[in-house]
Design a protein around this ligand. Sequence first.
Ligand code: HEC
Ligand code: HEC
Length: 316
Amino acid sequence: MLRQKVFLMLLCFFCGSSSVSAQEPNTPMPWAYAINTPGVEIDFAFNVPRTVPDSTVEFVFTNPRNLYQPPDWHPQDHPVMPSIVANGREPVVFACGYCHLPNGQGRPENASLAGLPKEYILQQMADWRAGLRRSSEPLHGPASNMQAIGANATPEEAEAAAEYFSSITSKPWIRVVETDTVPETVVAGWMYVDAGSDVIETIGNRILEMPEDLERTELRDDRSGFIAYVPIGSVNSGEMLVQSGACATCHGVNMKGLGPIPPLAGRSPSYIARQLYDMQVGNRRGLWSPLMLSAVENLSIEDMVDIAAYLSSLEP
Ligand code: HEC
Ligand code: HEC
């Protein structure tokens, strides 16, 4: 049986066929590892005072994308940020609060950190330091940045950030909408945005996570969340996969986390899908990743879409 399989693979290698058989490995899902569409940029006004709804803060963006100085529009929403979260440390260790937002709710191209167990955050930082976590898509800029940050952050900086983010309660952030069709999109700022055309596309086997309000998201307003368009039926199918996979034995009742094991409820479906894939192909192979091996090894891309759709639809 095994010999026959090897023989078939050799045959296929020599025939140069590109036909996809059920045994061929998955490849990274472009929608989860969204890469900026060349030539597309979101308009953004620098050097003028900006505000967001329900905030008394005024912020002037002087330097396009200064990753050491995220705006904090709602300081009353979260504890006082340690300096590594508020300002980072030059060089390379950008402010955690810039990408993950001051309240830790995160964005599709990164991850939510609010309410993750402290021990879990520390383990992830240790895994990056040891070179055990990397993205399956080297062109995904935010993940490469995180890899560099994780490799360079000191244990003391990781400790301060982990203490901070684990102390925050995560809130509902993603509205999951099942649909057959989606507007035509482009990727800008590492996320899907409406292309502004009248073109309607079929969603197919993808999830498109888009800002509820592009302007507020671009201003990094940590009170403005996301919509996830998911295929019709995916939430139910995902629930069945999560039940049959007994994921709750480790991830806790309603997937809200258990001890040091991370919660998955209400988190970004793009992030969840990237992790399932990265663990399946071994690009994420931290100290605790072996516990996930049997859960991910046989998942198809469609399974990952369904699981991510279901998990993000849950109350965090
Ligand atoms: C430039 C943007 C950026 C900055 C700044 C940043 N991160 Fe991240 N972070 C990411 C991205 C992107 C991911 C998800 C990587 C992936 O999808 O593979 C991530 C993921 C994480 C995770 C994994 C969450 C999980 O559920 O496993 C942790 C922990 C984390 N970051 C901690 C930090 C800390 C601590 C800081 C500050 C020292 C920081 N990050 C700064 C982009 C950033
Ligand atoms: C035996 C315990 C166990 C089971 C069962 C389990 N997990 Fe996990 N899961 C873990 C651990 C531990 C981690 C952290 C892995 C690491 O640190 O690399 C994790 C991480 C994850 C992550 C990444 C979370 C993040 O914040 O980056 C996802 C997604 C996930 N699991 C989904 C699932 C799904 C879906 C199932 C069921 C099909 C499942 N897990 C079953 C233990 C488990």
